[in-house]
Design a protein around this ligand. Structure first.
Ligand SMILES: CC(C)(COP(=O)(O)OP(=O)(O)OC[C@H]1O[C@@H](n2cnc3c(N)ncnc32)[C@H](O)[C@@H]1OP(=O)(O)O)[C@@H](O)C(=O)NCCC(=O)NCCS
Length: 161
């Protein structure tokens, strides 16, 4: 009873599911709210219809509150984006999302995964460290902010065995 109440209070049970073209509007909203250069609905529509792009949505109850996007090439993949809606951050939901996404990449035959993360993005750095990624490179002044600030990127890698 307490567990049911606690889940209800938090908005329902979290589930990670394959996203479809019908999710494009919501995913574009989430992306725009999370990144300086948001991807539009049409960009999501294209990615959601491509065979080499894997997109998962994170659902809490009836609401989509996050997503993970990867592009697959042979036995390698690149994680292009991961985000959780601001009002649901800090509850460990991104870990559930990432680990499920990695499991599906492994199921598609992916052996090595790369990603880029802004050096000072501590929640993302923690997420990827805990997810088994290691830093393999650094790109100086890689991201350009709207205010002109330039931020460094770390290149991270994880091997799936
Ligand atoms: C990165 C992001 C997906 C993490 O989502 P989340 O559900 O809030 O993450 P979690 O609650 O699973 O926390 C992840 C880790 O970051 C830590 N963390 C959370 N907020 C933090 C903060 N402000 N400073 C430092 N660490 C923080 C958590 O403690 C956790 O580490 P732990 O497992 O060692 O305890 C989310 O912050 C987000 O959407 N950010 C904007 C988009 C983005 O930057 N995406 C990643 C780059 S592609």
């Amino acid at each position: 009873m307490m567990r049911w109440f606690s889940e209800w209070w938090r908005g329902g049970t979290a589930a990670v599911e394959p996203a479809s073209v019908r999710d494009a509007t919501r995913l574009a909203q989430l992306h725009a709210a999370s990144f300086a250069h948001g991807w539009g609905e049409s960009e999501f529509e294209v990615m959601l219809s491509e065979r080499n792009t894997l997109v998962h949505r994170l659902r809490l109850g009836r609401k989509t509150i996050g997503f993970a996007v990867s592009r697959i090439g042979a036995d390698e993949a690149e994680i292009l984006s991961v985000a959780v809606d601001q009002s649901h951050r800090g509850r460990g939901l991104s870990r559930t999302l990432l680990m499920t996404h990695l499991g599906h990449l492994a199921g598609r035959g992916v052996r090595t995964i790369f990603l880029e993360v802004e050096e000072n993005n501590q929640p993302a750095r923690r997420l990827y460290d805990r997810g088994g990624f290691v830093v393999v490179g650094r790109r100086e002044r890689y991201y350009k902010q709207a205010n002109g600030e330039q931020l460094n990127a770390l290149l991270m890698r994880r091997d799936l065995s």
